[in-house]
Design a protein around this ligand. Structure first.
Ligand SMILES: [Zn+2]
Length: 309
């Protein structure tokens, strides 16, 4: 019996599904609960396929976060029992992106959910509010090997360059449709973008470190890292100070990209670079430090000085 089958037999009221394939898992779970044979012809299957099933709602973030309004709307609708299926199911995509108010609001309904309700909260890691964590049954999915994810993406018609660009951004977790669409538009533009960034003055380049478009932001980070060797110590300190005042999401993305870049440098040079041991140490400890609310500015300073050739 598959994991989905065994869970759908006697479902709990809330699951936290962790892993790159969480969305695929959720789809299978809902399908299995509504029509286990996947007949594709019954009303349940047809409505699921068309996204019109009244008892199934998929909540994704509108903008940067899942807002309090989205959760309030969900709370309202959750008061009514299912109309066609035995259960009413809510999938909340990337639960890490709940705003704090939205998370607290969701907690209320997780504390005393009506019996017909099932929540599937999807997450990339278990790094979420402990109060939410404690109210869910945790399903940790195995990470598919890179080759398997690449295969899936090629089947969706992505070229090698597009797969590579997507990987550099997702670091191996499965990408959603908007991101795949974005990568299709981005890849042909990339050389032009790189050239434009290389010509930007420092202040304009640094402004792009908070850019909404992740592809542009990532290229800006790579350009900053390329320039880092030419920065004075004062400039490095100014950059760390600037970054430390940004949104945690911006800081995390920067650190992740910098560490990824550092890891590929260490790998490319067979670990022979003088700074390699420090870099490897950093790789192992930095994400942990950020979670423990270490002094972010100090962390960034030490990361940038370690990276500066
Ligand atoms: Zn069916």
């Amino acid at each position: 019996m598959s994991l989905v089958e065994s869970l759908a037999r006697k479902p709990a009221h809330a699951y936290l599904v962790i892993g790159a394939t969480a969305a695929q898992f959720a789809q299978k779970f809902v399908q299995h609960l509504f029509c286990p044979t996947e007949c594709r012809t019954c009303p349940q299957c047809t409505k699921l396929a068309h996204g019109t099933h009244p008892d199934f709602t998929w909540v994704s973030k509108s903008g940067k976060r899942i807002s309090i309004d989205q959760v309030r709307e969900l709370q309202q609708k959750a008061l009514y029992p299912p109309v066609e299926a035995p259960k009413k199911i809510y999938v909340i995509e990337s639960v890490e992106d709940l705003s704090l108010e939205a998370a607290n609001s969701l907690l209320k309904i997780l504390e005393a959910p009506p019996r017909y309700l099932i929540f599937l909260l999807l997450a990339k890691s278990a790094n979420i509010l402990p109060t939410i964590l404690s109210r869910c049954q945790i399903v940790k999915l195995p990470t598919p090997p890179r080759s398997q994810i690449e295969q899936l993406l090629r089947e969706r018609g992505l070229s090698d360059a597009e797969v590579e660009a997507l990987f550099s951004l997702t670091k191996g977790s499965l990408a959603d449709e908007p991101l795949i669409e974005a990568v299709r538009q981005f890849v042909p533009e990339r050389p032009k973008l790189q050239q434009r960034l290389a010509e930007l003055p420092e202040n304009e380049l640094w402004d792009l470190l908070t850019e909404e478009n992740l592809f542009v932001r990532r290229e800006a980070i790579l350009e900053v890292l390329r320039r880092l060797g030419g920065y004075s110590s004062a400039q490095v300190l100014a950059l760390a100070a600037m970054l430390s005042k940004c949104d945690p999401e911006v800081i995390e993305f920067f650190i992740q990209e910098a560490l990824y870049e550092m890891a590929s440098r260490v790998k490319a040079q067979g670990g022979a670079q003088p700074c390699a041991p420090t870099a490897v140490h950093f790789l192992e400890t930095a994400p942990w430090k950020l979670q423990r609310n270490a002094n972010v500015q100090l962390l960034l300073e030490s990361l940038l000085f370690t990276l500066r050739p």
